[in-house]
Design a protein around this ligand. Structure first.
Ligand SMILES: [Ca+2]
Length: 156
């Protein structure tokens, strides 16, 4: 009993920085045309975020197409890579595989002050569709918008 009480006491004293943000929700984009179908995870919401905390995000995708679709990479939306205006952050790609990309994002500055701060990182997944559907002599490129949001509260 005494050991348990001691353990609970230690847990209560742990600084908040030891606890990571939690994933609240993930959403998927589905693009369907007569030539191909592509589904990509593109909307990720975190809660209980601590400003400056590094989030590691993996977005996977799948497709049905006669042409091989490949992911060229991910880029920040320009202008306004972070919203609301006044939000700042950093992005770095960690790993890319045949069907996913992993990157890290940290929100370093939020707009305003208070108990609930929220920022959104806007990015684009850039795909090579593997075929020249529009006949301009080059493989068509498809951009799929991505949003990664972080809230310092327990709700998005
Ligand atoms: Ca083309």
């Amino acid at each position: 009993m005494r050991r348990l009480a001691l353990l609970l006491g230690m847990l209560a004293m742990m600084p908040m920085s030891l606890f990571a943000a939690t994933l609240f929700k993930m959403g998927q984009a589905e693009i369907i045309t007569e030539d191909y179908q592509l589904a990509a995870w593109n909307n990720v919401k975190y809660v209980n975020y601590i400003p400056g905390e590094l989030l590691t995000v993996t977005l996977s995708y799948a497709y049905v197409s006669d042409a091989p679709i490949s992911l060229i990479g991910i880029s920040q939306r320009m202008p306004m890579p972070f919203t609301p205006n006044g939000t700042k952050g950093v992005i770095a790609v960690v790993e890319q595989t045949a069907d996913s990309i992993t990157f890290q994002v940290a929100f370093t500055q939020f707009k305003g002050k208070g108990k609930k701060l929220k920022g959104v990182s806007h990015l684009d997944l850039i795909f090579d569709l593997g075929a020249d559907y529009d006949g301009d002599g080059a493989n068509d490129i498809l951009k799929v918008g991505v949003q990664v949001s972080a809230s310092t509260a327990s709700t998005p």
